[in-house]
Design a protein around this ligand. Sequence first.
Ligand code: NAD
Length: 439
Amino acid sequence: MGEMTIKKENLMLEENTKRLRRWCEMIHAPAWFFEELKLPKNVYQMKIRPTIRGEKAPMPAWRVHDINPHPKGSYPYKGGLRFHPQVTQELLQVLARDMTYKCAWVNIPFGGAKGGVPVDPSECTEAELRDITEQFTVELANHNCLHAHKDVPGPDMGVNERVMYWMLNKAGDIDTGSPPYQALTGKPVENGGLPGREEATARGGLDALEKYLQLTSMFPQKPALAIQGFGNVGENLARLAHSQEYGYPIVAVSDKKGGIYAEKGLDIPAVRAWFRQNQTLAGFSQAAAISNEELLLLPVDVLMPAALENQITERNASKIQAKLIVELANEAVTPAAYDILASRGIPALPGIVMNPGGVVGSFLEWSRNLGTMAHNVETEQIYEETKRKLRAIMQAPMVKLCERSRAAGWSLDDTAHVIVFEILQEKLRKRHGYKNTCQ
Ligand code: NAD
């Protein structure tokens, strides 16, 4: 990992903190509130020594607890684990803040957390990845970060059901203080996972988008989409959006190696089959090859970044031609880019509003696991119930977002954060006994 990357991630935390101050000022918050939000509760740096290409390779791993605004001991911290070469402590601090905000947005009673290891899973053998996962599991347990009522990790970028299975299996060797299946989410369905959890982030994003389109008359009800990223979120987005359930045309998709574009719409089942077979989108014959940068600049109805952070920045925000941005990847749009888009009158729905589907799914999985393990014969019924609850939870806050944004003349990003900050201020005041609520 280069020094440049570390500097960039440090800068990201700094920029994020400036933004945090701006939202505090917008609600005239007292000084204590800014300090509460700025300081994470716990930052655990760990060291693991997996065997990589036959040699022990020491590397850092982190778990960050942002804040937990709920009565002490009542609800755990929650947040994904990321395996990606650009993971740094600063990036995880920003992502843990986002977790706090999105839980407040959908009224899910968790504190915000995030964890990760700076490693590229595509460059590891299965044995190496499993070694990294198992050593990280032991460290998480050593720091009390694997416990049904204290900290319940789940998957994020680079971590899938297979990795969650290895964690579950390893946690069974250690006394973590609660049954392992209650302390992890995103597990395979046969191991206590929730039917529908894997697609929940994408499905929740589409449900929230559908509501937004109903509430505004500026866009076609079946808009053409361009999706950046073809992993858990991006591929499920493409699959579901293309299905009869939603029925949106998808004109472009990409992964880290580049993308494809067809003005009249892509045949998504054929694209998925090609991707499965070739592990790349390149060479798909019924579409033109495009770069990730070109995908971001396409003249589409809706642009959905679903890969990684810092994709729409001050470098390209003035060139964006999409009519609406839907942020699925956390922090895909930088603070400066949000301001440029707002000045150009391009609405941008922020990640904290569009991607909480994953944590909603995790909440449903965790709640279920506290009662009993899911029974396989009920799978279809639970899936239908998951979809119904997810839709209701994701769509509920959209009305107040649109109304408040319109009434105050604020961007959707500012409005969503102002609403969340008001909720958090009240909860933290109660929890810690602060007296004043505004200056
Ligand atoms: P993933 O690892 O499954 O997929 C990531 C995708 O991004 C891959 O297709 C990869 O090729 C692509 N990618 C990586 N680098 C890229 C680059 N430089 N340019 C373009 N594409 C690139 O990850 P995921 O779980 O789909 O997560 C994607 C985003 O969504 C992340 O920001 C994550 O934090 C966020 N998110 C995920 C969940 C979840 O439940 N998985 C929940 C909420 C938010």
